[in-house]
Write a protein of this length. Sequence first.
Length: 199
Amino acid sequence: MQQYDYTVNGISVSGVKTDQFKTIQFQCQFVNTLNKESAPKRALLAYILKVITKDYPTRKTMTLHLQELFASHLRTGVRKVGDTHIITFFVSMINQEYAINNTNILNEMFKTLRSILYNPLFEEHIFFQEKQALIDYLLEIHSDPMHKAMIDLNEILYKEDLYGTKSMGTVEAIEALTLKDVKDAYQEMVSSNKIFITW
């Protein structure tokens, strides 16, 4: 097992190299200051980016591409830690030695992630589909009595405090978003966020 930490082009990279597992996992995080206005925009942005890119312009082409890479997985998530808001891209793939052809899986997944991050495709219909999916998810959380009680308690305790800001925003905030809001959040993410890659 080998542990390493270094910085490349302002990007912090850390990880552990081991032959113990049949899969490789890594994540890429974009870290920004937490605030109520940007949190819902960034949450919806995370949902949209993983769906299509200019290289894979439909859900089908993206899905088929990942299936061809031995059912590799790519998902996104948002969370808050203290006064920061974090968008995370999670990647999981089989170890190269278990591939049945000469495809360089790691290299291909880096290309895929690069396409998602730096060659995005913002289509109106995808925007509305993912917007509704995020709203449905938030409504589902609110339908659970325990989660709803915790949300209400946080709103009362931290009404005027940054800690009370939700990592995905509110249903009302998501409903009010436009495609331009998401594009603006993307430009801010790639131009000013701190980036961390973890293996």
